[in-house]
Design a protein around this ligand. Structure first.
Ligand code: FES
Ligand code: MG
Length: 564
């Protein structure tokens, strides 16, 4: 049964001295599952199963696997599903980001080690799509992505609700005393009512749109609702596409396709987390995501999509308004149209001729945008020598040029302990800083950058304040929030030496972020600084020894192509 060019079950045979015997054993054990010789001779398509009782966003994965398998078999292949790590945002401690690279490592290893000619990656929740793309690039096995798709919005007392912008909105009102305990409890059961990922342009949706832009899935695949029959048809089509697929991820992840992804991120008003994930995806392909380039693109890329958290609509509105095809058509003048997808179609071919339907409520025309400039800006300065990010589309313009004294929280525990202290010395002008929450810290770069408005100020009607940190913010959050300050405090960046009462200056116009403390004072604080303690063992230890900073994607150095 051995082939000159191994395929299917003949791939990746172990070699314990007698390769033919290894293959004989493999076939024999596979036959024990009831497969015929014919089935075992087919091209094999791995199907990554990320169903988990702990991942609500992936509860439709079993149905998607069935549909993918149908597509593979209709094309004459043999689908073989296998499990990997599955990550759901709200259930992981210290946070899901701490495990994104574990999922990438697991997925890469299983895709590389097991016999498959190509693979269908089924993901959805925030960290799973970037982890799977990183894995696919490193394994460099032909791969098609299927996302679980966004949840559908609920109807609740005359308004629509979906996780998780509405979760934050209601919680903020509850903290401010505008919503009763009885109502917040009722809303708890009304925020997320179908299968699928958060129903707004959060990280999951942003990454799905990016995966489609890069070419890992058909354009409709980015936004079709989780519970719509189209979602199953998309999965079936992914199975067909993957069968016999030859084009490798390294051929589709290029500087040009990454630039297209950045354009889409900006035009979506998409999640800040996508910047970190795109940097990691680029890094796996041996490329660098340039924050200054992103910033320059932001000046010429309008926000065209009007969805929460920055606008009004939900992902289902985006889909039925024309989705990615309509968006890319509007953006076409800024895109590299010759990039190819997994199937070899150019972006121009994928977008088509502009004869698609578009609903301008949610997808604006290029010359009549939501805002004329992109959603994200990169900031540099004495507080962030290697950069920081601000989602200006979700921020308050009156706070763009802001200098004030700061209130510093030493970490997430300190924040939780003091934020609602009635004696906390803050007013609406104070800049709140959270440190020791970056990728190297024990917190693992959580979505804690959206510091709550102190209760006493929330009660007084304060809706936004300037907040800064070395961690991330949920893609579903909003506010004048500076994120990913790099180098982080735990790595000894200047943020480590910021103290309550220091003056800090933010200028969106100049793209600067400065700690207004003289060099002698900084030197004294640096000399007194104690670096964080190395974890004793396990995954935490590996992360501590290997994780790089946000501008490199917070990946593990040994997983990047150069290994350092
Ligand atoms: Fe999974 Fe929001 S919690 S996408
Ligand atoms: Mg999220």
């Amino acid at each position: 049964m051995s082939d000159a060019e191994p395929k299917g079950l003949g791939k990746n045979a172990a070699n314990y001295g007698d390769r033919e015997f290894a293959l004989y054993l493999r076939r024999s054990f596979a036959a024990s599952m009831g497969y015929t010789r014919d089935a075992l001779s087919r091209t094999t398509v791995g199907v990554v199963d990320t169903a988990s009782d702990l991942n609500n966003c992936h509860r439709s994965v079993p149905d998607l696997i069935d549909a993918v398998k149908r597509g593979v078999m209709l094309s004459g292949g043999l689908p073989l599903a296998f499990p990997t790590v599955s990550l759901c945002e709200p259930v992981l401690n210290p946070c899901s980001m701490h495990y994104r690279n574990l999922m990438a490592l697991d997925t890469e290893a299983m895709v590389s080690a097991q016999p498959m000619d190509s693979v269908v990656l089924i993901g959805g929740c925030d960290k799973t799509v970037p982890a799977q793309l990183m894995a696919a690039i490193s394994a460099d096995v032909p791969a098609v992505m299927v996302v679980t798709g966004p949840m559908s919005a609920n109807r609740y007392q005359g308004e629509r609700l979906a996780a998780c912008t509405d979760c934050r909105r209601y919680w903020a009102r509850y903290r401010a005393g505008d919503v009763t305990e009885a109502r917040i409890n009722e809303v708890e059961n009304a925020l997320a009512v179908t299968a699928g990922t958060c129903g707004v342009m959060g990280t999951a949706s942003t990454m799905a749109c990016i995966a489609a832009t890069l070419g890992f899935m058909p354009l409709e695949g980015a936004s079709a609702p989780a519970v719509h029959a189209d979602r199953l048809r998309i999965a079936e089509e992914a199975g067909r596409l993957a069968t016999g697929l030859k084009r490798r991820p390294s051929e589709i992840v290029t500087l040009k396709s990454l630039e297209n992804a950045m354009r889409v991120l900006l035009a979506l008003g998409g999640s800040t987390n996508a910047v970190v994930h795109l940097a990691a995806i680029a890094g796996r392909a041996g490329l660098k995501l340039d924050l200054k380039r992103l910033d320059a693109m932001s000046e010429e890329t309008p926000v065209l999509v009007d969805l929460k958290p920055t606008g009004e609509g939900y992902m289902e509105d985006f889909h039925f308004a024309g989705g990615m095809r309509a968006l890319l058509w509007e953006l076409r003048g800024l895109l590299h149209l010759d990039t190819v997808d997994v199937h070899g179609l150019t972006l121009a071919e994928r977008i088509g001729d502009g004869s698609h339907f578009v609903d301008r409520t949610y997808i604006k025309a290029f010359d009549n945008p939501v805002t004329p400039v992109g959603g994200l800006v990169a900031l540099y300065g004495s507080l962030a020598p290697d950069g920081a990010i601000l989602k200006r589309s979700a921020a308050t313009p009156a706070l763009f040029e802001h200098e004030a004294t700061c209130m510093v929280f030493d970490g997430v525990e300190d924040l939780a302990r003091r934020i609602d202290d009635e004696n906390l010395a803050v007013d609406a002008n104070t800049i709140m800083i959270l440190k020791n929450a970056g990728p190297l810290s024990p917190a693992g770069m959580p979505e804690a950058g959206y510091l709550p408005i102190p209760r006493k100020l929330a009660r007084a009607g304060v809706k936004d304040m300037v907040r800064m940190s070395d961690c991330r913010m949920s893609g579903t959050a909003f506010g004048t929030v500076v994120l990913h300050i790099s180098p982080e405090a735990a790595a000894g960046g200047p943020l480590a030496f910021a103290e309550t009462g220091d003056r800090v200056r933010l200028s969106v116009k100049d793209r600067t972020l400065d700690l207004l403390v003289d060099e002698a004072t900084m030197a004294a604080r640096r000399a007194a600084w104690t670096p964080p303690v190395k974890p004793k063992r396990g995954w935490d230890r590996l992360v501590f020894e290997q994780v790089n900073q946000a501008p490199e994607g917070a990946d593990l150095r040994f997983l990047t192509p150069c290994g350092e």
